[in-house]
Design a protein around this ligand. Structure first.
Ligand SMILES: C[S@@+](CC[C@H](N)C(=O)[O-])C[C@H]1O[C@@H](n2cnc3c(N)ncnc32)[C@H](O)[C@@H]1O
Length: 185
């Protein structure tokens, strides 16, 4: 069955625009060697901009059509539930999630599996709309009306989920709509 993201995959990159690559580069501590996982990475809109800053990039997502777009971007697309990733423990040097956590089926379970596949010493960076912000609460309402089943959490709550998996995390924000939760394993 097609989902919301299958339906908008062909225009997704144009609709959302380019990412804040410089901020992500700093938070992920790039460049480095090794493997990066972009969980819920969709079309590779974000992580394809990190090409050249890390050895290999895997984009994992549920939507066939979003992943089809990623194929042309020098990333490796893998169809998987982020809550049950088909990767070995401690495999990735960096794990990134941008604007996707609130779409996952089970956020706590997803964070646990993302941390499982992250190497000791590696970094997890989760970028989300900051649910403390009124504008983001309106966005959450709009997504509910579109029957998108999103679950937005404040960065503080996301940090608590990371902590419940045994790791501490710090929060950064841009003073506007975006927050990043960053954990080191
Ligand atoms: C708003 S898009 C963000 C895509 C990409 N991170 C970006 O910023 O361009 C959210 C993505 O999460 C994916 N997604 C939702 N639930 C998922 C799950 N349980 N496992 C893997 N991917 C999922 C959707 O298919 C969609 O591509």
């Amino acid at each position: 069955m097609l989902d919301h993201f299958d339906l908008i995959a062909s225009i997704y990159d144009r609709l959302i625009g380019p990412p804040n690559t410089e901020r992500l580069r700093q938070l992920l501590k790039l460049p480095t060697d090794g493997w990066l996982l972009d969980g819920g990475g969709g079309t590779g809109r974000v992580s394809s901009h990190l090409n050249g800053l890390i050895g290999h990039i895997v984009v994992s997502d549920l939507s066939h059509r979003m992943l089809k777009k990623a194929r042309h971007k020098k990333v490796r697309p893998v169809r998987a539930h982020v809550e049950h990733l088909p990767f070995a423990d401690d495999f990735f040097d960096r794990v990134l999630v941008v604007d996707a956590l609130h779409h996952f089926c089970d956020q706590r379970e997803a964070i646990e599996d993302l941390l499982r596949v992250l190497k000791p010493g590696g970094r997890l960076v989760i970028e989300e709309p900051d649910f403390n912000h009124k504008g983001v609460k309106l966005l959450a309402l709009a997504e509910k009306m579109l029957l998108m089943r999103s679950h937005f959490y404040t960065p503080q709550k996301i940090r608590t989920m990371v902590a419940s998996c045994g790791y501490s995390a710090k929060i950064e924000n841009d003073g506007r709509y975006t927050a990043w939760v960053v954990a080191e394993k």
